[in-house]
Design a protein around this ligand. Structure first.
Ligand code: SF4
Length: 228
């Protein structure tokens, strides 16, 4: 797998996506939260392998703009997006764990609303496509293009690992693709509403995620054990 990953270093994402679809077929899923990488992924896949299952983790706490974007993408790209819901509704979680778990224990909240639901959903797949990029953060700077994902017992594919934010925006504008309007209001990275804020000039692109906590990842890509 390491050799394959090295081989793909200079490949175009379209070729990596084509290989993934041909290799894993219906056992391949895209998991996206509709950041700009996700938009380009969905557009390319809608042309290469439109039947590829698309999953999103619907925590019940996404921005209204994100929910609207999901509907728009389905209509514009002619795809169907599966919303994966956590076991507990937000109301039930508030009752069982206290109101606003995301404020006092965000790692547990992400575990309940993202990590566990994805682990369960991935039991039906052998491989998944993610939108991780090396230019996003120090932690993501060395993500491989193809790797074995122990957490989900599946092959993890990051076709856009080598692409930059600028390349993605060029693609989005060239094809006039819809994107989350929050990006134009200072939100480079968009997660759940209670845990995402706009960033100021000069701040890290992911500084608006879990601001005020040491946590920088939700746990589906990297372990967050010990992070608050
Ligand atoms: S991002 Fe925030 S609200 Fe969403 S699941 Fe994680 S802690 Fe909970």
């Amino acid at each position: 797998m390491e050799n394959l990953s090295t081989e793909f270093e200079s490949a175009h994402p379209q070729d990596i996506l084509r290989w993934a679809a041909e290799t894993y077929g219906e056992k391949l899923a895209v998991v996206t939260s509709f950041q700009i990488t996700g938009i380009v992924t969905l557009h390319m896949l809608s042309q290469i392998a439109p039947e590829t299952p698309v999953l999103t983790l619907d925590t019940g706490l996404l921005f209204p703009e994100t929910y609207a974007l999901i509907d728009t993408l389905e209509a514009k790209l002619g795809i169907s997006i599966t919303r994966i819901a956590p076991e507990l509704s937000v109301v039930e979680q508030n009752q069982n764990y206290g109101v606003g778990l995301w404020e006092h224990e965000p790692a547990l909240c992400c575990y309940l609303r993202k990590v566990l639901p994805l682990q369960k959903a991935m039991q039906s797949y052998d491989a998944w496509i993610t939108g991780l990029r090396r230019d996003q953060s120090q932690k993501r700077a060395s993500v491989p293009i193809v790797s074995w994902d122990e957490q989900h017992h599946a092959v993890k594919i990051t076709p856009f690992a080598t692409w930059t934010e600028e390349m993605l925006w060029t693609y989005i504008h060239a094809y006039e693709l819809p994107y989350n309007p929050l990006h134009d209001r200072g939100y480079p990275s968009i997660g759940c509403l209670p845990c995402t804020r706009a960033v100021q000039a000069g701040e890290d692109k992911r500084a608006g995620r879990w601001s005020g906590h040491s946590k920088t990842e939700c746990g589906i890509h990297f372990s967050t054990v010990g992070a608050d």
